[in-house]
Design a protein around this ligand. Structure first.
Ligand code: SF4
Ligand code: SF4
Length: 290
C-alpha cells in the first residue's frame, strides 16, 4: 500500500480541489481528510456514514477531593498548570499535559485525571471509495492525535479491504496536525501558488517534508497569474531536486465545480482540468508502480 499526502503550507491554495479530483480518478483506494478542524472532503463527496466513533483526547487533572493546600502539586508541575489561591489550588485545563505527577504526589488523593470527548471520527462510503474523516470539537486540543487516529483507521481499513493507495488531504499549515498528516507516507504533493507568501509557505512545508524524509512533488496552482514567481518556484524545485509535477492555469470555474459536487477533470474544455489529469498521471506512476 502506498500513501500520498496533499499539503499546502496554508489554506486556500487549491489543495482540496486537487485532492477531490485525485480521489475521483484513483482506483483501489481510500480517501482520508486530515483537516480535522475544518474538514471538507465530505461536503464534496456527500458520504454515507457507516461508522461513527467518539474521539477521547488526553487526560486533564482536576481537583475532586479534599485539598489541604499543601502546595506540593504546584511545586512539581513542570508545565506551570497549577496556581495557588487562599483556600485551594486551581488547575488550568489549557496548560495541563496530563502527566499525572500532581495526582501521584497529592497526600490526600484530591486530584483525578479525567478524559473528555474532543470530537468524533467517521468511516463513510462514497461513490468512489471509503472515506475516513473527523470533526474536532470547537476549541478542543489534540488535533494532531485525532489526525494520527484517522490515519491509523484508514491504514487498517486499507489492509482489510486490500486497497493499494491511500490519498490524504493534509491539514493546512506546518504545525502538529501537518506533521501527523505526513509522518510515514510515501509521497507528499505540495500545492502552491505564485505569490510571495505562497513561495514562503511552500518552503516552510517543504522543510517539514524533507525533515521527515518524504519524497516531495510540487504543483503550482494558478501559475499564469504571476509568471515571474512561477519561474522562482521552478528554480527552487530544480535546485532542491523536487519534481515539478505540473502547472495548473487559472480557471474561474474551478470553485463552481466544487460547489456543485462536480469535477473539473470531467470537463474536456477546461485547461485546468487537463493539467490536473496530467499531474495525476505523474502521481499514478509513483503510487501504482510495482
Ligand atoms: S497532570 Fe501534570 S501537567 Fe497536569 S496539572 Fe498535574 S502535574 Fe501539571
Ligand atoms: S498536592 Fe493535593 S492537597 Fe496539596 S495542594 Fe495539591 S491538590 Fe491540594
Amino acid at each position: 500500500m502506498r500513501q500520498l499526502t496533499i499539503i499546502s503550507g496554508k489554506g486556500g491554495t487549491g489543495k482540496t480541489t486537487l485532492a477531490t479530483n485525485f480521489v475521483k480518478l484513483a482506483t483501489e483506494h481510500i480517501a482520508v481528510d486530515c483537516d480535522v478542524d475544518a474538514s471538507n472532503l465530505h461536503i464534496v463527496f456527500n458520504p454515507k456514514v457507516e461508522k461513527r466513533v467518539e474521539f477521547v483526547g488526553g487526560a486533564v487533572a482536576t481537583v475532586t477531593g479534599n485539598c489541604i493546600n499543601c502546595g506540593k502539586c504546584e511545586e512539581l508541575c513542570r508545565f506551570e498548570a497549577i496556581s495557588d489561591s487562599e483556600t485551594n489550588i486551581k488547575i488550568s485545563s489549557v496548560k495541563c499535559e496530563g502527566c499525572g505527577v500532581c495526582q501521584y504526589v497529592c497526600p490526600t488523593s484530591a486530584i483525578e485525571l479525567k478524559s473528555s470527548r474532543q470530537g468524533e471520527y467517521f468511516i463513510s462510503s462514497t461513490e468512489f471509495c471509503p472515506l475516513v474523516h473527523a470533526r474536532l470539537k470547537p476549541g478542543a486540543e489534540n488535533s494532531g492525535l485525532l489526525v494520527t487516529t484517522v490515519r491509523n483507521v484508514a491504514e487498517d481499513l486499507a489492509i482489510h479491504q486490500h486497497k493499494k493507495v491511500i490519498i490524504i488531504d493534509g491539514a493546512p499549515g506546518i504545525g502538529c496536525p501537518v506533521i501527523s498528516s505526513l509522518t510515514g507516507v510515501d509521497y507528499a504533493l505540495i500545492v502552491t501558488e505564485p505569490t510571495v507568501s505562497g513561495i514562503s509557505d511552500f518552503l516552510r512545508v517543504f522543510e517539514v517534508a524533507k525533515f521527515l524524509g518524504i519524497k516531495t512533488l510540487v504543483c503550482i496552482n494558478k501559475y499564469d497569474l504571476n509568471l515571474e514567481n512561477t519561474s522562482k518556484i521552478s528554480s527552487i524545485c530544480a535546485e532542491n531536486e523536487i519534481l515539478l509535477a505540473g502547472k495548473i492555469p487559472y480557471d474561474e470555474r474551478v470553485p463552481i465545480y466544487l460547489s456543485k459536487r462536480k469535477f473539473v477533470v470531467d470537463d474536456p474544455e477546461s485547461n485546468a482540468g487537463k493539467e490536473i489529469l496530467s499531474v495525476w498521471d505523474t502521481l499514478k506512476y509513483y503510487l501504482y508502480k510495482d
